[in-house]
Unconditional design. Structure first.
Lengths: 349, 349, 349
């Protein structure tokens, strides 16, 4: 697997560079950019993991948070700069939906084909459920509901206020999990601490830096192909954001989560799916709202009705599925069925 | 009880036949048709039960599924053919609401008058909760939300897509419960396997066939009285569908569920109430959507706002009530109070 | 603490009287009325507690119910009489939100600063969760959803019907907890029965009567300052109702709940926060609907969209937070963050 990512990166980055300069056919380049980003994402993931092991769990946790959704964040910033506000909000929606339904669904389904019942730490999961309810349901619904009665200036002020509160609560959550309540809710120490880092510190930082620069460049190019893609396939901007960009941005997590489920570590699959959603909802989204104030068009924390409902339904469904503390192939299939229904819906929009 | 059903059938079928041919007064005939269907439903139920015992749990499970909501399905097909799309959707709504609130409510209340606390298998219940969330909340809400932005052709395509996915997931659920995970979540084998069938195989099939034909005929007549009923009592089509037709269609399950609760087998009451709702939502509803393509007017998977909210609220309420793993009279009363509130609401529409 | 309340009452009541007669500056008087009501609320609370201990748990439970939200009820009746229907509905909304998010949030947060994990009786909490779902979600949402299709006369009839059902279910809940299922779900008897009453029976009744008369008078004056407050600060009626009046009305509960959490009796904090919400939703609200029929303008059971969503989100969030059976500082902070978001939203309205 790692060899495939190596050769994809070695081929993908120069081809992306060449294609961007020579102006090759956008549809083909969209595919090349997407595959290259996927390969680079795996490098960012592995470098972060090595650094986490070296730095210990506390700073490691912070690193994971910062770089965990680096790809989504990078794509979103370039899309924001280019004025594609609709696509940014759509891709955030897509990240939430595809983490909760596609990543978790595939993990539970494929893991469930091998194991009859896979158990996970229900305490951690419930902690995260409360945060999903807070972020996706309370924080995203509230500005939408009030938007009908407020002026756009008031909605902007409300967006900024909520974004700041979400970020503060997000860092409090890190402080809670990494400092004050570290290990309080742990079921067993799974002896993962004796892991060896893949790369040493210097090498990991170098790879992280190079991969980040490359992702930034390729993402910038990728964003420029959106319009051509929309035209040639007749897809709406919303479908591109919710489904395509989200699948590209989440592919690294997706692969890791499935691998963990197949190794019967479904605990980590749940952590990836839900934790990644929380990073998107409580960290990436409010950060983009605040960053957008620098650019010409400020981004309101205002999803469309369809996006909002899709995210809320995903949250309620995963809560119901996860509430019993174990998973099986059918629970995975239920999540996948919901994902397909949503994909069909967004396709028609 | 069985004697009452016998004589009701013996009297009801010929009177229905006579009334239909001679064109007797519709209001009176509505009552006679309703009582006759109730009696016939008990025969279908008992014949299916006998066949289930003979055929063993796997095929028995399939039979239960196929004939469990045979009455609702038959009434709905005739109403569909007659073009009463509003009543069909309303009666599906009513079946969901009355199973979750009325059937479960009466069982918990009456059972709770005799026993202080009645426990049931929380694992099965939670499995079903996930499916309720998938079917009623995700699958029904999604086309509604998207309907504002889509053309009616796109809504039809979305309806058909969702209907197919729901049916596939429904059969996967059967495969899961009857094949791959049979007994995995069972708390105890309740020694029910040594039950004697009421009728032998030939007799059961004969009774099933006769009762099915009779139900089909009487349902066809019943549907024709809807208009007169609506006029003479000043009831809306929605009220007839949501409240009246649902009570008639569910009466057999209602009686069985209460009997089980009184015998302190509240496990089976929950299974009837929730399982029957799932059959309606995941099997009957999508099947009717697909069947309607044969008739002149295709039926969209598009409930009214009021119907949708009523179903969603019922699902959330039963989830909250059932989540603690036991029942008592007050939990039953809470469900009944919610049912009465909804009935009043639909009465005014 | 009690001395502060004593001197506040001794000073507050005469100053309120003087200010009301001499027509002092409304903004200043608003503050004085608010502080006086807070002090009087503590007397009502302590007198009720003494009477409860003397009268035993059954009648004590009834007394607690009747006087527990006496202040909210009194303010609301005077506001209703003065025709401030918007403020009444807003203050009911505020009572629900601030009990669930502010009272519970502050208790969990401050209690959590001292104790790592605080456990409570999950069975009682789940019983109450079902009732929150019934009252706030089912009973409040239903008339709203139907209001688009009904005439105002029909909405009034629906409101009255729902109000009666809610009151009946509320008294059934008391009957359930105090009579048929007393102690059935108790985890341990906490030996609270050997408490000494602060005052004897005669004294408690006298104090209760005097405090009730004083609260009634000061509330009447408080309501008259709303318009001036709205004007001078540029606050909307909704903000005054949802945030200001609710904080004044709930301050007594708030202080008690925090004190209990600090004493590691978070069980009682949960009971106060959720139990008080249920009193507002299932007892005070329907009672006001019925009482309003006496006055010129009947009050419909019809919250605004924003108020309804705020209450529903609060219910879902507290359910998620409470579902795991223990609390910590971070869970408190999450509730407080949601409260601040809502306060900002209502501020802009």
């Amino acid at each position: 697997m790692n060899r495939i990512f190596f050769w994809t990166t070695m081929a993908g980055v120069p081809i992306s560079l060449a294609g961007a300069i020579l102006g090759w056919e956008p549809t083909m380049m969209f595919a090349i950019y997407a595959i290259t980003i996927l390969a680079l994402a795996s490098y960012i993931g592995r470098a972060t993991e090595s650094l986490s092991i070296i730095a210990g769990p506390r700073i490691g946790g912070l690193l994971n948070v910062t770089f965990g959704n680096a790809v989504e964040l990078t794509i979103s910033i370039f899309a924001l700069k280019a004025g594609y506000l609709t696509i940014v909000l759509a891709s955030l929606t897509g990240a939430v939906i595809s983490n909760l339904l596609l990543v978790a669904g595939l993990s539970f389904f494929i893991g469930g084909l091998r194991y009859k019942r896979q158990k996970f730490n229900i305490h951690d999961a419930r902690h995260n459920m409360g945060l999903l309810m807070f972020s996706v349901v309370v924080s995203f619904v509230f500005p939408y509901i009030f938007s009908f009665r407020l002026t756009s200036g008031e909605i902007l002020a409300l967006s900024i206020g909520i974004a700041i509160i979400m970020l503060l609560l997000y860092f409090s959550a890190l402080f809670f999990r990494l400092v004050t309540h570290r290990g309080v809710y742990a079921v067993e120490s799974e002896g993962e601490d004796d892991e060896e880092p893949e790369w040493d510190k210097r090498r990991a930082i170098l790879i992280l830096a190079l991969a980040a620069v490359a992702v930034a460049f390729v993402s910038d190019q990728l964003v420029d192909t959106f319009e051509s893609i929309a035209e040639s396939f007749g897809w709406s901007e919303v479908f591109i954001g919710v489904i395509l960009v989200a699948i590209i941005g989440n592919s690294a997590e997706n692969i890791t989560a499935i691998q963990m489920a197949v190794k019967n570590k479904v605990n980590i699959s749940v952590e990836i799916a839900v934790g990644s959603t929380l990073q998107i909802a409580m960290f990436v989204t409010p950060l983009l709202v605040l960053l957008s104030l620098i650019f010409a068009n400020p981004m309101l924390l205002l999803f469309t009705r369809e996006a909002l409902i899709a995210m809320i339904l995903s949250v309620f469904l995963i809560i119901m599925i996860i509430n019993d503390g174990d998973t099986n192939w059918f629970e995975g299939l239920t999540l996948l069925a919901a994902y397909i229904i949503m994909a069909i819906g967004f396709y028609f929009m």
